[in-house]
Design a binder for this molecule. Structure first.
Ligand code: SF4
Length: 96
């Protein structure tokens, strides 16, 4: 999951949302609580052309509910905790 450390996200620019693969299907899948639904949503996120922008938005906002950028809220919280002062982008970049 490579996100350039220098990448700056303009939180007011949400044009990327119109290009998300989730806009082509039932959005409830991204906010369901079951593991099966999480897995199905993440499979779709994996091939989404705006995955990095989506994840950056959810991490920076921060957004606490749903799957964004292919990560559950629990996974995003874990990356934020791990990141500390170095920032979440460096943690995700180190994951490969
Ligand atoms: S990464 Fe996933 S949640 Fe984000 S826009 Fe794409 S399909 Fe939707």
């Amino acid at each position: 999951m490579a996100i350039a450390a220098h990448e700056l996200i303009d939180l007011t620019d949400q044009d990327w949302r119109a290009h998300g693969k989730c806009s082509e299907t039932d959005p409830d899948l991204w906010f369901a609580v079951g593991a099966r639904e999480h897995k199905a949503a993440k499979v779709i996120c994996r091939t989404c052309p705006v995955k990095d922008a989506c994840l950056a938005y959810a991490m920076d906002a921060p957004v606490d509910h749903g799957i964004w950028g292919g990560l559950t809220e629990r996974e995003r919280r874990r990356y934020r905790r791990q990141a500390g002062v170095s920032g979440w982008r460096s943690v995700l970049a180190s994951q490969g």
